[in-house]
Design a protein around this ligand. Structure first.
Ligand SMILES: NC(=O)C1=CN([C@@H]2O[C@H](COP(=O)(O)OP(=O)(O)OC[C@H]3O[C@@H](n4cnc5c(N)ncnc54)[C@H](OP(=O)(O)O)[C@@H]3O)[C@@H](O)[C@H]2O)C=CC1
Ligand SMILES: O=C(O)[C@@H]1CCC=N1
Length: 271
């Protein structure tokens, strides 16, 4: 397989970089000794060194020099600055993967020296538990094998698909940001049960498992979500009373609008 013998680097070990490093090492795709990570924030490096065993440094050059594939996991706003500081150590043997929201491939490529191989990916935070939903898109100098490598890396921590770049903002609004829409749903559902007298711990377990089970059914039965909803909803039963309330509060419009607004922000970040 084409990742064999390759070394993986991460610039930025914040929330997403760390989630990916942990997930990828847990999956066994790369041995921690073949993973290099750098950040300005030493506590996150110490944590990764101690708990995962990857090589860490506060110098991005160490990551770049030692790695064949380099994941840029810094904020979109500082991506250009970071690229400027590493680009002269990047040759055509190295593959760059950017996970920055919004920032377009052409803009990333134009910051590097000509011919640099770049893949853009939008993962999500569930990489920590090997349940990420990721989409990748291929830069103009990246090969089919590069795309396959990226798909293999992100598939090791969940599901990964390839999409045309013009859909990356939609993906960002949906699955990149999406976990943050669902955590409050879990909390609020648990709150309802706590209101009714259930203890908090049990309420959170039942709420989270309910979301997990519903997601698994949607994925595994390949049945339309409307039909799955109908399976739960007995005539004159309990569920339809809950559904009526959700519709009164505009649940569908709220979630649609959240995805659209997040996608719009992704577009703004790319300007
Ligand atoms: N969080 C998420 O769920 C997702 C994030 N993303 C993308 O991932 C990227 C990272 O996001 P996230 O992990 O949330 O952000 P974080 O702020 O948690 O992580 C970024 C890290 O980069 C560090 N950093 C800043 N400057 C440098 C530098 N010059 N060299 C090396 N490291 C540096 C920061 O340190 P310090 O804090 O000291 O500045 C921080 O530790 C973003 O581009 C985001 O769009 C994509 C999908 C999901
Ligand atoms: O909120 C953000 O901008 C990042 C990108 C997708 C998820 N988190």
């Amino acid at each position: 397989m084409s990742l064999e013998g390759k070394k993986l680097g991460f610039i930025g070990t914040g929330k997403m970089g760390s989630a990916l490093i942990k997930g990828i090492c847990d999956a066994g795709l790369f041995a921690p000794s073949n993973v290099y990570a750098s950040d300005l924030y030493e506590p996150s490096l110490d944590e990764l060194k101690q708990n995962v065993g990857v090589n860490v440094s506060t110098d991005n050059a160490a990551t770049v020099i030692n790695s064949d594939i380099i994941v840029l996991a810094v904020k979109p706003q500082i991506l250009k600055k970071v690229i400027a500081s590493i680009k002269d150590d990047i040759d055509s043997d190295k593959l760059i993967i950017s996970i920055a929201a919004g920032v377009k491939l052409a803009d990333i490529e134009s910051e590097f020296n000509e011919g640099t191989r770049v893949i853009r990916v939008m993962p999500n935070i569930a990489a920590t538990v090997a349940e990420a939903a990721s989409a990748i898109t291929q830069g103009s100098n990246a090969s089919k094998e590069d795309a396959e490598d990226a798909l293999a890396i992100f598939s090791s921590v969940g599901s990964a698909i390839q999409v045309p770049e013009n859909l990356m903002d939609a993906v960002t609004g949906l699955s990149g940001s999406g976990p943050a829409y669902i955590f409050p749903v879990i909390e609020a559902m648990a709150d309802g049960a706590v209101y009714e007298g259930l203890d908090r711990k049990s309420a959170l377990v039942l709420a989270a498992q309910t979301v997990l089970g519903a997601a698994k059914m949607a994925l595994e039965t390949e049945t339309h979500p409307g039909e799955l909803k109908d399976m739960v909803t007995s005539p004159a039963g309990t569920t339809i009373r809950g559904i009526k309330v959700l519709e009164e509060y505009g649940i569908r419009s709220a979630f649609m609008q959240a995805v659209i607004e997040s996608s719009n922000r992704s577009k703004e970040l790319g300007k």
